[in-house]
Each structure stands twice: as C-alpha cells, then as structure tokens.
Ligand binder design. Structure first.
Ligand code: ADP
Ligand code: MG
Length: 268
C-alpha cells in the first residue's frame, strides 16, 4: 500500500495530493484538493488561508488521517499517514467541551481516550492549564467560562496529548474581534514555549500573517496552492506589527491573490 518511501528532513510532506468527494447517492464528484505539494519543517508555524470552500478543512482532515487521499500521499516524519494517530491533535472552531466536565476533566479527555491517564499526564495537564492562563479555573465548568477561555481549554487539551503536530481549524473564528486578537497573541506566546509544529487554518489574512512563519494561500475549484509567502517579521511579535509596512505589504499581496481567485469563482 505504501508508495516508495520518501526520505527527507521535513516534518510533513504532501506529495501530489488529490482529494475527491463522491456523493453516495448521485455519484457526483467534487475535487476538493488537486495536486497539493507542500513541505513543512519541524517547529514551523504554518497558516493556510483561502476563500471558503477551497479545501482548507479537507486538507487538515487529510493530515489528521480522517480523510483518505484519492491519490498522492502524505508523510509525517517519513511515515505515510494512513489514519488518525496520537501524534496529531486537532483544535476545532467550536470548543467541543463536555458541559458536565470541569476544565481539568475536559483537558484530561484527550489522554483519557488514549488510555494514558497517569500521575504524569495529570501533572502535564496542570502545566498546560497554567500555560494557557487558566490556573485557578481547574474546577470550573465550561458554562462558567468565556468563549476565549473555552478555546484555551481546547488548546490545553490538545497540548496535553503532546502531539508532534498541532492542527487548528479556524479556532478563533467564533470569538469577538478583541478577544480574537488577544488569543492570537496568547497562541504565539504558548507556541514560543512549546515550539510545536503547527498547521493553522484561517480565512482572515491578518491572522495568518501575524501568526505564521509561512502562509500557504489556497485557491478554489479545485482547491490548490496558489502561493507560498515567507513572513520575515521578527519574533516575538506584538499586535502592533499589524501596522508595520512589511505587514501591510503582505496583506495587500495576499488580498490581491484571494480577490483574483474569488472573482474567478464568481463570488464578487
Ligand atoms: P474550506 O474549509 O476551505 O471552506 P472544505 O474543505 O470544507 O473547504 O470544502 C472544500 C470543498 O469540498 C467544497 O466545495 C465543499 O463543498 C466540498 N466538501 C467538503 N466536505 C464534503 C463532503 N463531505 N462531501 C462532499 N463535498 C464536500
Ligand atoms: Mg473549513
């Protein structure tokens, strides 16, 4: 089943990846991703931006092993991705917390389903709760937390399983603008402490540039990579870098690509 083993130093490699959905009833096909070739280095923070429907979630789900490629392949540390695994953790747009569980028990859920509950993982859960800024809230329930705090719980849960790759699908898009900016800054702080290779999806261009080492711009119909942008803005990054000329230049550049793509689709 495996193709020829690729040997490289990349954390994640996507080789000629295609994903096509087939409607079970009608047999109609949708090419969600076409010929995706990407290489991601260990410790990189990658953002994927693109218009709605360009296959961002499909790509992330394929990396997570939840969707099988129709052709091509994905390699995580030189091993072909053939299904979900403990080496990847996902943070979704909605916090997906259990309302009847406390913060601590929600954070422990990830290691619980992996049957790795131990004094050590509990200690680690507490460390990540502290890191995301929720110290003192361990025994609170989700309804007692704001949206931003709930997403912190989600993040702590993902980090506690100590994945080798962190996958985030528009995790801040349900938050109000101010909380969202604050969470972006917090995420960078947490990332700089963990240096976890991260794949973050957003449709907000400024969020992508602010967070990323590199931004992959996807275009739609079929979903494909239309540009890869290096963000050469030094870290640590404060929120006021969003007003610096290099930031604004990158905003304009990405915006013009996405605008062109959207016009092609008739979304004008
Ligand atoms: P994005 O996350 O960029 O908005 P998606 O990956 O959700 O895009 O979707 C990419 C394309 O695939 C869209 O045209 C969408 O309608 C289609 N699609 C997504 N999921 C399915 C599915 N389960 N079955 C059929 N088509 C799907
Ligand atoms: Mg999506």
């Amino acid at each position: 089943m495996s193709e020829v083993q690729v040997q490289n130093n990349y954390k994640l490699s996507s080789k000629n990846l295609d994903v096509t959905y087939v409607n079970n009833k009608t047999g109609a096909e949708v090419t969600a991703l076409q010929n995706i070739n990407l290489d991601i280095e260990e410790g990189e923070f990658i953002c994927i931006v693109g218009p709605s429907g360009c296959g961002k979630t499909t790509f992330l789900n394929t990396v997570a092993g939840l969707i099988k490629p129709s052709s091509g392949s994905l390699w995580l540390e030189n091993k072909q991705v053939e299904g979900p695994g403990q080496d990847r953790a996902m943070v979704f747009q909605t916090p997906s917390l259990f309302p009847w569980r406390t913060v601590m028990d929600n954070v422990m859920y990830g290691v619980e389903i992996q049957k790795r509950v131990s004094a050590e993982t509990k200690k680690r859960a507490q460390e990540y709760i502290n890191m995301v800024g929720l110290k003192g809230f361990e025994h609170h329930y989700p309804h007692e937390l704001s949206g931003g705090m709930q997403q912190r719980v989600n993040l702590a849960r993902a980090l506690t399983v100590e994945p080798s790759l962190l996958l985030l699908d528009e995790p801040f898009s349900a938050l109000d603008a101010q909380t969202r900016e604050f969470m972006q800054k917090e995420l960078l702080r947490i990332w700089s402490e963990t240096k976890k290779t991260s794949l973050f999806i957003t449709h907000q261009i400024d969020e992508a540039i602010y967070l990323a080492d590199r931004v992959f711009v996807f275009g739609a119909r079929p979903g494909r990579v239309v540009d890869i942008i290096d963000v050469n803005i030094p870290r640590p990054r404060d929120l006021d870098i969003k007003r610096n000329p290099e930031f604004l230049r990158l905003m304009d550049h990405i915006w013009s690509i996405i605008e062109k793509e959207s016009t092609k689709q008739g979304f004008e």
